[in-house]
Design a protein around this ligand. Structure first.
Ligand code: GLC
Ligand code: CA
Length: 543
């Protein structure tokens, strides 16, 4: 498959490059930076939503699926981007937010005005005044139902109150969404990313006695049927597609991504990014549990492979804190740990995704005041945590580690004013680290994190064992070292990653690994390997 040996780069356009000084990144900004992306070697760009939107959830509240928000530019800018990208061998993947629309969408507005046809586009239930229809919680905090007095009905919103869930049981809704895909495909888009697409099929509307309601709509009763129908009718089977799967299971992801099912090309799952959630709660801090992390990687890699599924490989996106600050060390071992974390996932089976700035080792935002945050989830949880009795300092510490704004600070192009992102006032503050962490400095430094990512992208194209080799996990009982072996036609790669900031021994001596894989393909220390792994050291050995 063409996407097995390629890498996808994710762009959050609002924070990528501004060209007109309004402090917002725009489509022309992406076009301006295409050479940088070509030099990195990435094949596809996943661009998060730039459609007209009230921006309550930064564009994931879509008001019109087939237009461009003027703050991002025009349809001409979009066509130029497609064309210029293609000239550099790059294809675009657009973000399809099909679980919900903004309440500003014309469909919802007609529903609100009393139009029954459009009310059936959403999930309205009679009543709900004072007592929500079910006890389900919104992913952004609070009840998932909003009562509309004028209609004496409530609508479901699994996310913000301005993001109303669509009713996929209605065939008219499914037809509308197919048309959206046809529209963008005809404009030259090569693939799609589907937002929280495993939540589209709702089961019973019942109170959840033990949880927040997710068991009733996650990987719901008709989700596979709906996806098959969508993909078939819109003519996107075989395109590069990825579904964002919230709290999913391996068995479902096999079905979503096995080509024989004609659903999607691959899936994002998030279990590996919850190993530092205490009792599964994002807002309770804990040191990462690397034992669990290793187990999850092994389970997903082995079982997805056995079932013919395909993983999207990633640490970072616009919803996750920066990985070097999270599982690495963004100070003393900044460079080493960023490179090790990159190697840890780029050699797995699946298609790697690089989130803008990850290739520079960008770090968490470092905000110290709630006024610096913009994300609706951070602001809601600030209030929830304060009301639950956490002190201001504790609350800011939690938000500081978990906020989605950590990844949304502007791309760091230069050491200059506003990191070269804008000549105006950025919509979200630029990270103070830009004076030392920036593309200008790293792109010309052969020892940089950027150079390391570039090498990872290149190796995946060069060595079929990375795309198609089998995988077996090593050092299974050793919590400090993530290690695995890839094999194809007599070629073997062994990937050894020290997850800790201290020197550590492998269970099988390195000398033994070297007997059958004597060559060093890649490492993150300039000096020769030793017989122990140095802090955050990664080594890729080959025969
Ligand atoms: C996905 C997006 C996230 C958004 C949510 C609701 O998780 O990645 O940014 O808030 O869906 O659309
Ligand atoms: Ca702009």
């Amino acid at each position: 498959m063409s996407f097995h040996n390629e890498v996808v780069y994710q762009i959050y356009p609002k924070s990528f490059q501004d060209t007109n000084g309004d402090g917002w990144g725009d489509l022309a900004g992406i076009t301006q930076r295409l050479d940088y992306l070509r030099d990195l070697g990435v094949r596809y760009l996943w661009i998060t939503p730039f459609y007209p939107s009230p921006q309550r959830d930064n564009g994931y509240d879509v008001a019109d699926y087939c237009a461009i928000d003027p703050r991002y530019g025009t349809m001409d800018d979009f066509d130029t981007l497609v064309c210029e990208a293609r000239a550099r061998g790059i294809g675009l993947m657009l973000d399809m937010v099909f679980n919900h629309t903004s309440t500003a969408h014309a469909w919802f507005q007609r529903a609100l005005a009393g139009d029954k046809h459009y009310q059936d586009y959403y999930i309205f239930r009679d009543g709900g005044k004072g007592a929500p229809i079910t006890n389900w919680q919104s992913k952004f905090g609070g009840t998932a139902w909003e009562y509309v007095p004028g209609l004496d009905k409530s609508y479901l919103h699994l996310f913000d109150v301005t993001q109303a869930d669509l009713n996929w049981e209605n065939p008219a809704v499914r037809e509308e969404l197919k048309n959206v895909l046809r529209f963008w495909k005809a404009r030259g888009v090569e693939g799609f990313r589907f937002d929280v697409v495993n939540l589209i099929s709702k089961g019973a509307f019942e109170d959840d006695a033990t949880g927040d309601g997710r068991k009733y709509y996650t990987d719901g009763p008709h989700v596979h049927e709906y996806l098959q129908e969508l993909v078939h009718d819109a003519g996107i089977d075989g395109m590069v597609t990825v579904g964002e799967m919230s709290s999913t299971s391996i068995a479902n992801c096999i079905r979503y991504s096995n080509p024989a099912e004609h659903e999607l090309a691959m899936t994002f799952s998030f279990h590996h990014l919850k190993v530092d959630y205490k009792d599964g709660d994002k807002w309770s801090l804990m040191m990462p549990d690397f034992h669990k992390l290793k187990q999850l990687f092994a389970d997903w890699q082995e079982q997805m492979t056995a079932g013919g599924g395909w993983n999207a490989l990633f640490w970072c996106n616009h919803d996750q804190p920066r990985i070097v600050s999270r599982f690495g060390d963004d100070k003393k071992y900044w460079k080493e740990s960023a490179k090790m974390l990159a190697a840890a996932i780029h050699f797995l089976r699946g298609t790697p995704y690089i989130y803008q700035g990850e290739e520079l080792g960008m770090t968490n935002a470092g905000f110290t005041n709630i006024d610096e945050y913009r994300d609706v989830e951070s602001i809601n949880y600030y209030k929830i945590l304060r009301a639950a009795g956490h002190s201001e300092a504790e609350t800011l510490q939690i938000i500081g580690e978990r906020s989605r704004d950590n990844s949304r600070t502007p791309m760091q192009w230069t050491a200059g004013e506003n990191a070269g992102f804008t000549t105006g006032t950025p919509w979200l503050a630029v990270n103070a680290t830009h004076t030392s962490i920036n593309a200008e400095r790293e792109a010309n430094d052969p020892g940089s994190i950027h150079a390391f990512y570039k090498e990872l992208v290149r190796l995946r194209k060069e060595l079929p064992v990375i795309a198609d080799g089998s995988i077996a996990f090593l050092e299974r009982e050793n919590d400090d070292v993530l290690a695995y072996e890839r094999t194809l036609d007599g070629k073997t790669l062994r990937v050894l990653c020290n997850l800790r900031g201290t020197e550590t021994k492998t269970a099988t001596p390195l000398a033994d690994y070297r007997k059958t894989t004597p060559g060093t393909l890649l490492g993150n220390y300039p000096e020769e390997p030793r017989d122990t792994l140095r802090p955050y050291e990664c080594l890729v050995l080959t025969n």
